[in-house]
Design a protein around this ligand. Structure first.
Ligand SMILES: Cc1cc2nc3c(=O)[nH]c(=O)nc-3n(C[C@H](O)[C@H](O)[C@H](O)COP(=O)(O)O)c2cc1C
Length: 213
């Protein structure tokens, strides 16, 4: 079977295969046209249709995007989400000591101000959509990450980064309503030449389980 593998290659497959979570970024801004191109790729994803109460219109593309570049706002995000990261990391001390050690190595090596949630990425991209549209929004997220790879950028889907509902100021800035959810956020930036220590604990991709009928 392995002789059938990897016979077909093109730039899209290459970008899909090359995408990996990047956790160490150059402090270099991303040009706006590049950010817009990446968001447009997300916007092209397939989506489930929905009808809002009282409306006959059938709506697609449930997502909206918030791009965070501002350093002060990033600090507010970090202060809000860091306790969740810390709790989870502390719990790994017992359960997964080898991962805990790698994470702490990255933490120690990080310059101040330390950011283990968003990895000091120049852009934090929030994909926001109504509750119940996780599949559609996740498809947009994947398009975003593949487009980023194809343009020489690194990305990481940061689940911890979404835990911001406890901070009213952040909720207000994101214009987050009660029936909305955050998908991602996805951090974006130019990868550092030297990969983060966390790259060493990247799970090895397994062969796909396939049944042919
Ligand atoms: C729903 C979801 C949540 C994730 N949350 C985080 C996170 O909070 N921090 C992080 O560093 N990586 C996070 N990741 C990235 C995964 O750790 C990563 O995708 C996985 O280890 C596979 O590695 P790869 O992306 O390099 O293929 C998340 C991924 C997904 C899909």
């Amino acid at each position: 079977m392995s002789s059938e593998k990897n016979k077909v290659m093109n730039p899209v497959i290459e970008a899909i295969n090359n995408r990996m979570s990047i956790r160490s970024y150059e402090p270099k801004p991303i040009p706006r046209d590049i950010i817009n191109t990446i968001i447009e790729a997300g916007n092209q994803a397939p989506s489930r249709g929905r009808q809002e109460k009282g409306s006959k219109e059938f709506l697609f593309q449930p997502w909206r995007f918030v791009v965070v570049e501002n350093s002060e706002f990033k600090q507010k995000l970090i202060q809000t989400t860091y306790p969740f990261w810390k709790n989870m990391t502390e719990s790994m001390k017992e359960t997964h000591p080898e991962i805990y050690e790698q994470v702490m190595m990255q933490y120690e090596a990080m310059p101040e101000p330390k950011d283990m949630v968003y990895y000091s990425a120049p852009v934090i991209l929030f994909v926001i959509g109504p509750a119940g549209y996780a599949v559609s929004c996740a498809l947009a997220c994947e398009n975003i990450m593949i487009a980023a790879t194809s343009l020489g950028l690194g990305s990481c889907y940061v689940g911890f980064g979404a835990m911001v509902k406890g901070n009213a100021e952040v909720v207000q800035a994101l214009e987050l309503t009660d029936d909305e959810r955050i998908y991602g956020p996805i951090v974006l930036g130019y990868p550092k030449d030297e990969p983060s220590t966390l790259a060493s604990i990247r799970p090895k991709k397994k062969e796909p389980k396939i049944k042919w009928i």
